[in-house]
Design a binder for this molecule. Structure first.
Ligand code: SF4
Length: 67
């Protein structure tokens, strides 16, 4: 798979810090000092199922893929 095919997730400002995405896909998401989630630097983007599960589980629809 080339880099062009890699979908990179990000968390927008809607995050309420419920930590569901971290529990589901902790190799990609973590909570910052403000208690909000972010997609980690060097995240394991090969875990596409985990990312999709986290997107589906987010109660405020805060996780999206970058274009
Ligand atoms: S699941 Fe959504 S609201 Fe909860 S911590 Fe992750 S991004 Fe934030």
């Amino acid at each position: 798979m080339s880099n062009d095919d890699v979908k990179v997730p990000y968390v927008n400002e809607s995050c309420i810090g419920c930590s569901a995405c971290v529990a589901i896909c902790g190799d990609v998401f973590d909570l910052d000092d403000d208690g909000k989630s972010f997609a980690k630097e060097g995240m394991n983007t090969s875990n596409a199922d985990g990312i999709d599960d986290a997107i589906a589980a987010c109660p405020v629809n805060a996780i999206h893929y970058k274009d």
